[in-house]
Ligand binder design. Structure first.
Ligand code: GDP
Ligand code: MG
Length: 442
């Protein structure tokens, strides 16, 4: 499985002291293969691998984690991103009833989902109505009625004896019925074919037009492989979808559909179906799914702990440095920037760094790209230069600029900014009445 493949790849990284570009390339190649073999769509794989490489090489590389942990962390975060980041909730109509239409291939799990959704919504105090618009398969209406009975929710279906009803009229009438009977949510189950076909798509579109749904949920079997993309595209274009439900996640899913569908449809995954029973159903959580794909919950916890501990340590070190009135060096500057970058959006994190709140203005303009440049410049300095910026004369500036692939002007700019920050640090020490706030005038 994808999980096994990934853990194999990570195992190879264990014990490495530092990742070279060649290590990163090799790892990226293996992850690319693993994703492709798990039937993840090519564009998704490409952007995944590109992001992985960039981040693994970039300045965000954390001192708190070993190389294997760093790669795992990046892969985990990229997986979460591909799966949609945050969970999204159902959209409810301003004027009830809210109409939820289900679409997808035959056997994808629509009717089962209809029952699960009805049960779940009812538990939250809603009054759902189930609507049987699959009049294609002889037993489909009966299947929904059985589920409706099980979850104790009324099923609206064509009257027996009137011949085979027309699904579009059933759909339309169901909305009237819901209004009359004070139902606040209508769940419309529809027919699907084994393959995509224009007649089915036209019928789905006609039902959509008849009920004007607040959500059109595309149900996809997580076990399908490469077909996932074509199917998702067909429904996206044929009916238009607002959300996705992954079904049969309890099976031996390879991960391909789950990882591709968000990208292909452009719509969030709302729920996950994990079995045939009505309770086997939950809101979709991208982070949990990502952890599941990685299959290493314990390692992820370890990584979080290591990072938290390291951040505390860093904070303490900086505080005691400030309190001791020691000189704030370029090395510290880099360390703080790295910590900030690692912790997320700069503005949010400023308050957490001792002294950094004072430097808001200097840092506000530092976006990530900018940061990489700053980090590269400081890394091109010798330890002596980092400890004492006064050493950095004209010829050293040129050497540093060349080393970092920037212009001398960039180096000058950084040094100016650093000197400002240094001053600020001293003033702070002084303002706090600390000894040595202005001790060493370098
Ligand atoms: P529909 O044709 O899209 O309405 O699909 P159904 O709801 O009838 O489901 C097809 C088959 O898949 C049925 O046998 C269901 O019991 C089964 N099924 C649906 N959802 C799940 C699921 O999440 N896990 C498992 N294991 N089986 C499921
Ligand atoms: Mg069905």
């Amino acid at each position: 499985t994808l999980s096994d493949r990934l853990s194999g790849i990570f195992t190879k990284l264990r014990g490495k002291g530092r990742l070279t570009d060649a290590d990163i390339d090799a790892t990226a190649r293996e992850i690319r293969m693993a994703l492709l073999e798990a039937d993840v769509a090519l564009p998704v794989v490409k952007s995944f691998v590109a992001a992985l490489k960039e981040r693994a090489r970039g300045a965000e590389v954390s001192q708190a984690l070993n190389p294997a942990q760093q790669i795992i962390k990046i892969v985990h975060e990229e997986l979460i991103g591909i799966l949609g980041g945050e969970s999204r909730r159902l959209q409810f109509a301003k004027q009830p009833p809210t109409v939820i239409m289900l679409a997808g291939l035959q056997g994808s799990g629509k009717t089962t989902l209809a029952g699960k959704l009805a049960r779940w919504l009812k538990a939250q105090g809603h009054q759902p109505l189930l609507v049987a618009c699959d009049l294609q398969r002889p037993n489909a209406v009966n299947q929904l009625q059985v589920l409706g009975k099980r979850v104790d929710v009324e099923v609206f279906a064509p009257q027996p004896g009137n011949g085979v009803g027309d699904p579009v009229s059933v759909a339309r009438e169901s909305i009237e019925h819901a209004k009359r009977t004070m139902r606040d949510i209508v769940i419309v189950d529809t027919a699907g074919r084994l393959g995509i076909d224009t007649e089915m798509m036209a019928q789905a579109a006609a039902i959509r037009d008849a009920v004007n749904p607040d959500e059109v949920i595309f149900v996809i079997d997580a076990m399908v492989g490469q077909d996932a993309v074509a199917t998702a595209e067909a429904f996206r274009d044929g009916v238009g979808i607002s959300g996705v439900v992954l079904s049969k996640l309890d099976g031996d899913a390879r991960g391909g559909a789950a990882l591709s569908v968000r990208h292909v449809t452009g719509q969030p995954i709302l729920f996950a179906s994990t079995g045939e029973k009505m309770e086997d159903f939950d809101v979709f959580h991208p982070d949990r799914m990502a952890s599941r794909i990685l299959g290493m919950g314990d390692v992820l916890t370890l990584i979080e702990q290591a990072e938290a501990a390291f951040d505390d340590q860093q904070k303490e070190k900086m505080t005691s440095k400030l309190l001791g009135g020691e000189q704030f060096t370029l090395e510290d500057f880099l360390e703080q920037l790295t910590a900030i970058r690692r912790m997320g959006p700069i503005a949010n994190m400023l308050s957490m760094m001792p002294g950094m709140g004072q430097m808001k203005d200097q840092l506000a303009e530092l976006d990530d790209k900018h940061f990489d440049r700053v980090a590269a410049i400081i890394r091109s300095m010798t330890p002596a230069e980092r400890a004492n910026s006064k050493l950095i004369n004209g010829s050293r500036r040129l050497r540093i600029a060349n080393g970092a692939g920037v212009t001398v002007m960039d180096v000058n700019q950084l040094l100016n900014r650093f000197v400002d920050a240094q001053k600020m640090m001293k003033q702070m020490g002084g303002a706090m009445g600390l000894p040595g706030g202005r001790r060493k005038a370098t």
